[in-house]
Design a protein around this ligand. Structure first.
Ligand SMILES: [Zn+2]
Length: 433
């Protein structure tokens, strides 16, 4: 299979680390001089840009977390002036306050380059017609994939999400050969293709999926069901969006675009770097970003790293399929959801008691969410209609808060199990390995 940028994707480890070191020094200087928040953070631990002379000094730098982004909402971590920012994206945060990121034209170019490398790694070329079925909008999925496909030279069909029937019709009529979407959505599409008897009418041969945790088994299931090659692409809006890392045909980990993003794996207990192969939290330092560069950003994603050369010829480090997250964030249908968002929404309603349970499952390959809520005794003596009205109202309040529809089930007081110590509010029945 072709390699889009052999000079960058196959350089020797020495060469690559030399480049990373130089870019790190430059990025730290840039951040220090352009972001007051970072300057103060570095000064607080007695650091000056001159103290960072290469990769060996990386661990002197303080970590960045989602809290830093929240505290500086909306633009406090931007290093470039508004006149240089050409695009904004945002994702949800715990308090309902969004995490906002900005891109300069150069950042968008780098992003497109990274998605292109990933796509070529998955066997995509300018001869392909690719349907992008991630959501378009503030979420990085749609537009991130879109520009990458265009840059590859392939034909992009900006489907977005929500109309599976139309997507399948166009897949047949246009002879689409590729698709980019969440894996659970692709399984849903696959079921519809099979049910409609359309499998022999489509030309699909490759799928590049991401934005939610999934399993190797699920990937293989998609390949077998649709007779295609299916790949895993990873990204997060704080660092860039989709394309930070991607699977190759050997499926032995996701190649990180290491000349732009410096990965580290740290221990969850000591927060210090651990050996290759051991599972810990993934941390990224951006190396070339202008809009919102981040230093040692803790992704909360748990994985391990392999820096040996891959059979595909690339020398870039590979991160293993994710083992989970080190916080309570749920990824539901590709959307980041914190239980505290649902809690805050329930607290706004006077009829509900502060006891609830979120039950997440995957039915027919789509995430389902049921929220069981305790309500005062008196509601159960009311007419059924009243109870139904209240249920709908709670469903609406939660949907407004988290952006996805949930099913609410009202239960009588003291029905839900009480935990001693840290309360458990989520039962996630989905299986990811
Ligand atoms: Zn490879």
């Amino acid at each position: 299979m072709a390699i889009w940028n052999e000079a960058k994707e196959c350089m020797s480890r020495d060469e690559l680390e030399n480049l990373q070191g130089k870019r790190l020094v430059k990025q730290v200087n840039y951040v220090y001089h352009n972001v007051e928040y970072y300057r103060k953070k570095m000064q607080a631990v007695g650091l000056e840009p001159g103290d960072i002379r290469g990769l060996e000094d990386l661990n002197k730098l303080p970590y960045t977390t989602k809290d830093d982004l929240r505290e500086t909402y909306p633009f406090g971590l931007f290093a470039a002036p508004q006149s240089e920012i050409v695009r904004i994206h945002a994702s949800s945060g715990t308090t309902g306050k969004a995490t906002v990121v900005g891109y300069t034209r150069h950042d968008i170019d780098v992003w497109s380059e990274c998605v292109t490398r990933a796509l070529v790694q998955c066997g995509v070329s300018k001869n392909d017609i690719i349907q992008v079925a991630y959501g378009y909008g503030l979420f990085t999925g749609g537009l991130g994939a879109h520009y990458g496909v265009e840059n590859t030279g392939a034909t992009v069909v900006p489907m977005s999400t929500g109309n599976t029937k139309k997507l399948i019709t166009m897949m047949k009529d246009f002879g689409a050969t590729g698709i980019m979407c969440t894996p659970s959505y692709l399984l849903h599409i696959a079921e519809n293709i099979i049910e409609g008897g359309d499998l022999d009418k489509i030309k699909l041969r490759v799928a590049v999926c991401g934005a939610e945790p999934w399993t190797e088994k699920m990937r293989q299931q998609i390949e077998e069901t649709l007779h295609i090659n299916c790949f895993d692409i990873y990204g997060l809006s704080e660092i860039m969006g989709p394309g930070v890392a991607c699977d190759c045909i050997y499926h032995k980990g996701l190649h990180v675009q290491e000349d732009h993003f410096l990965p580290e794996i740290i221990s969850r207990d000591t927060l210090t770097p651990i050996a290759d192969g051991e599972v810990g939290e993934l941390v990224f330092t951006t190396l070339t970003k202008e809009g919102i560069p981040l230093i040692r950003y803790r992704t909360k994603d748990l994985t391990s790293i392999d820096r040996t050369k891959c059979e595909c010829g690339r020398t870039t480090a590979r991160i293993a399929r994710f083992k989970g997250r080190s916080d309570d964030m749920l990824i539901l249908r590709g959307v980041n959801v914190f239980p505290s968002q649902i809690e805050a929404a329930l607290l706004e309603m006077s009829e509900t008691l502060p006891h609830y349970m979120i039950i997440v499952d995957r039915v027919n390959n789509l995430d389902t969410v049921e929220v069981q809520v305790e309500v005062e005794e008196r509601f159960f003596s009311d007419e059924i209609r009243e109870l139904e009205n209240l249920t709908r109202r709670i469903e609406n309040v939660i949907k407004t808060a988290i952006g996805i529809a949930v099913k609410v089930k009202l239960v009588e007081p003291k029905t839900l199990k009480r935990e001693e110590g840290k309360s458990v509010h989520v039962i996630d029945k989905r299986v990811f390995d």
